[in-house]
Design a protein around this ligand. Structure first.
Ligand code: GLC
Length: 468
C-alpha cells in the first residue's frame, strides 16, 4: 500500500510537472542555411554525379486521366481540379475509384534504373493535397482508397534493393486542406475560419512521417510556393525543419521564395534551398561551379497522366536533353505519369528503354562529369572530367560530319589520345587521328555516325583544357 502510494505520488508529481516542461522554451532549431561551399558540394555530390533522375507524378488525378464528366481538361492532368473548378466534395469521388492493382514498385524502379536514372522523385502529395502514403495526420490519403497499400513504402523497399535514391515531391500549396490560404472559391470543404499556421503544422506533421518512416531520402522537392501566404521566413523554417530530421537531405529552391518563374533559378541573393529548378526548359548556358540546378521536363505535355496526350518527345530528344543539361553542369529530371491502374504508359517505357540502351554505352560521358569548357560547339555538346592525371573531354556529336573531319575550334591543349566511346564487337575502341592547328583541332572520323542519337568521342588531354 505504502509502495502504491509512493508510486501514485510520483505519478502525480510528474503530472503536475508536465505543464512546467511544456512551458520550457523549445530548443532553437538548428540553422542549416550557412554551410560553406565545400560542405554543400559534399552533401550534393551523389546527386550532381547522378545527372539523371525520374520524376513521377501520380495521384487521384491519374484516375481522372484528364477527363471530368466526359470533358477533357485543357491543362496538365494534375491541375484538373483547379482548371475545371471541381469542388472538393466532387473530386473526392475519385477516392473509391483509385485502386492501382497493377502497381509494382520493383518494376518501376527497374524501369528507371535500366534507363540510367539514379534517383526517383515521386509525388508524396500534389496540389490536390491527397497523400500517396498512409498518413496518420489525415484521411485524405491512400488509406481511404480500396488500394490500402502504401506505395511509398513499397517504393522505398524497392529503391533500397535496387540502389536507387528515393526522393519525395511535396506540394506546399494545398487545394483541399480546410486551413490552407488563399482559399480556393470551389473548396466547399474549407473552414469558415481558416488558420494558415494550422495548415503549416499539419504539413510539417506529414513531412515528419515521410522523413522518419521511409528510410533515408535523397531529396525533398517542394513546389507550389508561389502564393502570398508562403514567405521567405516560412521557407527558411521549413528548410531547417527538413534538414533537422535528415541532415544530409537535399532540398530544392521551391522551399523558399527566390525562384524566378519557370527559369527556375533564384532571382536574388536569398539562398534557401540547395538548387535551382528550371521547368520545361534547359538554361542557355550553365552558371559555373557552386550553382546547382536540375531541369525537370515532361515526356509528352503533361505531368500527371492524361489519356489523350500523345505528344511524345522522341528518344533522340530525350538523350540530347540529358547531354545538354550535363554539358552545362546540370541534372535532368524526366517525368513519367503512371495511370490510375498503376502502370507507366507504354510509350514512356519504350523511350526509357532507348535512352537506357544509349546510356549503357555512353554513361561514362554523363555520370560524374563537369560542364563543357567550350562556350559553343556547332555540332553538339561536350562534358568533361578532370583528375590529378589530366582531363577527359567527351565530345557528344549530334551532327556527324559528312566529310570525315570533325573540327573542335578553340582547343589549345595537347591531345594524348582520341577514340570512339562505343566499342566494336570485340570490345575495341577505334582510335582516331587528330591534327592540331594553331587555334583548333581536327579529328578524322569514320564516314557513318556510330550512334543515331549522339556519338561520343573521347579526348584525353594533359592538364586542364585550354579552350574558348
Ligand atoms: C509546376 C506545376 C506542377 C508540376 C511541377 C513540376 O509547378 O504546378 O503541376 O508538378 O511544376 O515541376
Amino acid at each position: 500500500m505504502k509502495f502504491l502510494r509512493a508510486q501514485f505520488g510520483f505519478v502525480v508529481s510528474l503530472f503536475l510537472a508536465a505543464p512546467l516542461f511544456a512551458r520550457e522554451p523549445a530548443a532553437p532549431a538548428k540553422d542549416f542555411t550557412h554551410e560553406t561551399p565545400r560542405q554543400i558540394e559534399a552533401r550534393l555530390k551523389w546527386w550532381s554525379d547522378a545527372r539523371f533522375g525520374m520524376f513521377i507524378h501520380w495521384g487521384l488525378y491519374s484516375q481522372a486521366a484528364g477527363y471530368w464528366d466526359g470533358k477533357p481538361t485543357s491543362g496538365a492532368g494534375e491541375w484538373i481540379m483547379n482548371d475545371m473548378k471541381i469542388p472538393d466534395s466532387q473530386y473526392a469521388k475519385l477516392v473509391p475509384q483509385f485502386n492501382p492493382v497493377q502497381f509494382n514498385a520493383r518494376q518501376w524502379v527497374r524501369i528507371a534504373k535500366a534507363a540510367g536514372m539514379k534517383y526517383i522523385v515521386i509525388t508524396s502529395k500534389h496540389h490536390d493535397g491527397f497523400g500517396m502514403f498512409r498518413s496518420d495526420m489525415t484521411d485524405w490519403c491512400i488509406k481511404s482508397t480500396p488500394f490500402q497499400r502504401d506505395p511509398l513504402k513499397e517504393l522505398s523497399q524497392a529503391c533500397q534493393a535496387e540502389g536507387v535514391k528515393l526522393c519525395f515531391y511535396h506540394s506546399i500549396m494545398d487545394w483541399h486542406h480546410p486551413d490552407y490560404l488563399p482559399r480556393k472559391p470551389w473548396n466547399d470543404l474549407a473552414s469558415p475560419n481558416p488558420n494558415f499556421d494550422n495548415y503549416v503544422a499539419y504539413m510539417k506533421g506529414e513531412l515528419k512521417e515521410l522523413l522518419t518512416r521511409y528510410g533515408p531520402l535523397g531529396i525533398l522537392w517542394f513546389d507550389g510556393e508561389w502564393e502570398d501566404t508562403w514567405t521567405p521566413e516560412r521557407g527558411e523554417d521549413l528548410y531547417n525543419y527538413v534538414r533537422g530530421l535528415q541532415p544530409d537531405i537535399i532540398v530544392n529552391n521551391r522551399v523558399g521564395k527566390a525562384r524566378a518563374g519557370m527559369n527556375g533559378m533564384n532571382k536574388n541573393g536569398d539562398r534557401v534551398g540547395d538548387y535551382g529548378t528550371p521547368e520545361q526548359q534547359i538554361p542557355a548556358t550553365g552558371f559555373g561551379p557552386g550553382v546547382y540546378w536540375e531541369s525537370c521536363m515532361t515526356m509528352n505535355d503533361t505531368w500527371g497522366y492524361k489519356k489523350n496526350d500523345n505528344d511524345w518527345k522522341s528518344a533522340e530528344t530525350l538523350v540530347r536533353n540529358l547531354i545538354d543539361c550535363a554539358s552545362k553542369g546540370g541534372n535532368y529530371l524526366l517525368n513519367v505519369g503512371p495511370t490510375g491502374e498503376g502502370l507507366i504508359p507504354e510509350p514512356s517505357v519504350e523511350r526509357l528503354q532507348q535512352v537506357g540502351a544509349w546510356m549503357k554505352i555512353n554513361h561514362d560521358a554523363i555520370y560524374g562529369t563537369s560542364a563543357s569548357p567550350f562556350s559553343k560547339l556547332v555540332w553538339g555538346r561536350c562534358t568533361s572530367r578532370t583528375t590529378s592525371t589530366g582531363t577527359t573531354l567527351y565530345l557528344h556529336v549530334f551532327d556527324w560530319p559528312t566529310n570525315g573531319q570533325l573540327i573542335i575550334p578553340g582547343l589549345k591543349s595537347p591531345v594524348t589520345k582520341a577514340y570512339l566511346l562505343k566499342s566494336n564487337s570485340l570490345g575495341w575502341h577505334k582510335r582516331l587521328k587528330t591534327i592540331p592547328a594553331a587555334d583548333s583541332l581536327t579529328i578524322s572520323v569514320p564516314a557513318a555516325a556510330p550512334d543515331q542519337f549522339s556519338s561520343t568521342i573521347v579526348l584525353k588531354l594533359t592538364g586542364t583544357p585550354k579552350a574558348e
